[in-house]
Design a protein around this ligand. Structure first.
Ligand code: HEC
Length: 193
């Protein structure tokens, strides 16, 4: 008898018009890029003004899952970009989760004679004077360092006074390369020559 009353009381307390409970809000979507910082680092070579000889090589980050883009070029697996005219380029690096980091770089336009000398210095004066190395107090990473040392570069790499630099592979520059340095010096030894 008491149990019947209890059941009736329970049924009466539960009406069909009770509001359905509000479901809890879904958790916010997890941003896969939260806490991910991609900082592109790249090595550049420049170009003769009016030509498209510049290159960009992304040196970091590298590894599986990364793709690379520069202004006007879609994402690609290769870190290398060739045939670039002088100007500004935004490098974009994307990881497998589509997180992107960017950096803007400038491909410089050189005069043809300086371009030749810059290429010789890049090819033969490292590791001793490039990438931060300062043998004999000389570092040639910046173009202005090459310009400011034009006389010493000619004296050591062309004239060999008091000695030639030990260019790889343990030989002097070729006569053709020495002449390129002489031509640049005689033209005025500027970036625009
Ligand atoms: C294997 C290392 C090495 C390479 C490669 C090298 N150098 Fe040097 N360089 C040195 C050292 C060591 C000194 C300091 C001793 C000396 O002056 O000989 C020096 C000093 C110099 C100096 C400053 C001294 C001065 O006489 O004014 C200049 C300029 C220079 N090098 C130019 C060049 C150029 C240009 C190249 C490339 C064509 C080159 N070096 C390649 C090692 C190197």
């Amino acid at each position: 008898m008491y149990s019947v009353i209890a059941v009736v009381a329970l049924m009466a307390s539960c009406s069909k018009t009770d509001p359905t409970p509000v479901p809890p809000p879904p958790p916010p979507p997890v941003d896969p890029c939260l806490g991910v910082t991609i900082t592109p680092v790249a090595a550049l070579t420049h170009t003769i003004t009016g030509q498209s000889l510049g290159t960009i090589t992304v040196t970091s980050p590298i590894g599986s899952g990364f793709t690379y883009s520069i202004t006007g070029v879609p994402y690609q697996p290769s870190v290398n970009f060739f045939g670039l005219a002088a100007g500004n380029y935004t490098i974009s690096v994307k990881n497998a989760s589509n997180c992107v980091g960017t950096k803007t770089v400038t491909i410089n336009g050189y005069g043809p004679k300086f371009y030749a000398v810059r290429t010789i210095v890049n090819g033969y004066c490292g590791p001793c004077h490039l990438n931060g190395a300062i043998s004999g107090g000389k570092n040639f990473d910046a173009d202005t360092d090459v310009v400011n040392s034009w006389d010493r570069i000619k004296i050591r790499a062309v004239d060999g006074i008091p000695s030639f630099m030990p260019e790889a592979p343990n030989a002097q520059l070729t006569a053709i390369d020495k002449q390129k340095i002489v031509d640049w010096v005689n033209a005025g030894h500027r970036i625009t020559d």
